[in-house]
Design a protein around this ligand. Structure first.
Ligand code: 4H6
Length: 230
C-alpha cells in the first residue's frame, strides 16, 4: 500500500512516520509513505497557498490552484487504484470497518487542510471521500492523516509481528480488549486473577471473552448496539 500525504508541514509528518512500528514497516518496504509539500505547487512569488474568503468571514481559505495541481501531479505518478481522501471535521467518522475497506486500494492520497479549510471546488473536482477522526476540531488535517496512515498500515501483511493479532481481533470484532497483566504476580497488594496464573488454556480463553464482553457493556455500551458497524 502506498500513502501520499499532501500537507503544508511535510517535515512534521516525516518525523511521525519514521518512528516505531510504522517506521519499521516503511524500512521493510511493507508500506510506502510519501509526503508532498503543497506549497511547492504555488505559482505566485510569495508562495501563497491561502486567500480571504468570498462573502467575508473569519480567517483564510486554501486556494484551488496549488492544491488541485498538487493532487493531479501526485496522482499522475501512481499506478493501480487510488482514493483521494480529505481529512476534515465534516467527514464521516473513521472506524475500524472503514480502515479495512480502505485496504482494497493500491494508493491513498490524503489531503490535509489548514486555515479555515479549502475552497469547496477542490472537493468537487478532486476529492473522493471526506473523513474525520472524531467530533472535535484541530488546527490542521495532519494529525488525522497520521492516524489514518497508522490505522491502515497496521492492517497490511507483515506490519504486526504476530499474525495472531489479526485473528484475535476478528474474533472479538467490535469488543474492547480484555484486561492484561504481566509480572510481578502481586503489585502493591493487587493480585493477577487466579485463572491467568493457574487455569488451563480453555478456561483462560473463556475468561478473556467474558471480560471483553463485560468491559464493553460497562465502558462502551454503544459498541454492542451495532456490532456490524465495527
Ligand atoms: C478541513 C476543514 C480534521 C480541515 C477545516 C481536520 C478536525 C479534523 C481542517 C479544518 C481538522 C477531524 C481548520 C477547521 C482549523 C477548524 C483542519 N480538525 N479546520 N476531526 N482541522 O478529523 O479550524
Amino acid at each position: 500500500m502506498r500513502f501520499d500525504v499532501l500537507t503544508l508541514f511535510p517535515e512534521m509528518m516525516e518525523s511521525i512516520f519514521s518512528s516505531s512500528v510504522i517506521g519499521r514497516a516503511r524500512s521493510a518496504g511493507l508500506v510506502d509513505i510519501c509526503c508532498t509539500n503543497i506549497r511547492d505547487y504555488t505559482k505566485n512569488k510569495h508562495r501563497k497557498v491561502d486567500d480571504t474568503p468570498y462573502g467575508g468571514g473569519f480567517g483564510m481559505v486554501m486556494m484551488c490552484q496549488p492544491v488541485v495541481d498538487c493532487i493531479r501531479d501526485v496522482k499522475s505518478r501512481l499506478q493501480g487504484s487510488t482514493r483521494v481522501i480529505y481529512l476534515s471535521p465534516q467527514g464521516k467518522v473513521l472506524t475500524q470497518k472503514k480502515a479495512r475497506e480502505l485496504c482494497a486500494y493500491d494508493n491513498l492520497v490524503l489531503l490535509c487542510g489548514h486555515y479555515e479549510g479549502i475552497d469547496e471546488r477542490i472537493i468537487e473536482l478532486e476529492v473522493d471521500e471526506e473523513l474525520s477522526v472524531g467530533d472535535y476540531v484541530l488546527t490542521g488535517g495532519e494529525l488525522p492523516a497520521a492516524i489514518l496512515v497508522d490505522c491502515v498500515s497496521r492492517l497490511q501483511e507483515g506490519v504486526l509481528a504476530d499474525p495472531d493479532c489479526y485473528e484475535k481481533e476478528s474474533l472479538s470484532a467490535g469488543l474492547l480488549e480484555h484486561p492484561q497483566y504481566t509480572k510481578p504476580r502481586v503489585f502493591e497488594g493487587l493480585e493477577v486473577p487466579e485463572v491467568l496464573v493457574n487455569g488451563n488454556h480453555a478456561l483462560q480463553e473463556k475468561w478473556r471473552m467474558e471480560q471483553a464482553l463485560e468491559r464493553t457493556r460497562r465502558k462502551r455500551p454503544d459498541l454492542l448496539d451495532d456490532a456490524s458497524e465495527k
